[in-house]
Ligand binder design. Sequence first.
Ligand code: SF4
Ligand code: SF4
Length: 101
Amino acid sequence: MPHVITDNCQACRYTECVGVCPVDCFHGSADRLYIDPDVCIDCAACVPICPVKAISDSFDLESGAEALIELNRRRARELPVVADQCDPLPTAADRRLALGY
Ligand code: SF4
Ligand code: SF4
């Protein structure tokens, strides 16, 4: 089961995750990232590095795993690869506090 990005990523885009991915499978919109499940090799390197716990092995999700995989697949196909870390969004600190991290 591939790794997926959840809604926790929304409005922060810390992008620490992209720096550790060996296969460049992150794609991004203006406010969040997605993982291409057909490219992800399930190495799990990105999981502990996300400050808002937005990345999960889809196998570990309690529900909605298939829908989240499909959302990540669809958006990854529509959006460009993000391979380099960039500055977080101005909303990132507030979003992190709101999520309790
Ligand atoms: S580190 Fe986490 S919150 Fe930041 S862009 Fe990556 S998945 Fe999103
Ligand atoms: S699990 Fe590995 S291959 Fe998949 S997105 Fe994370 S770092 Fe990239």
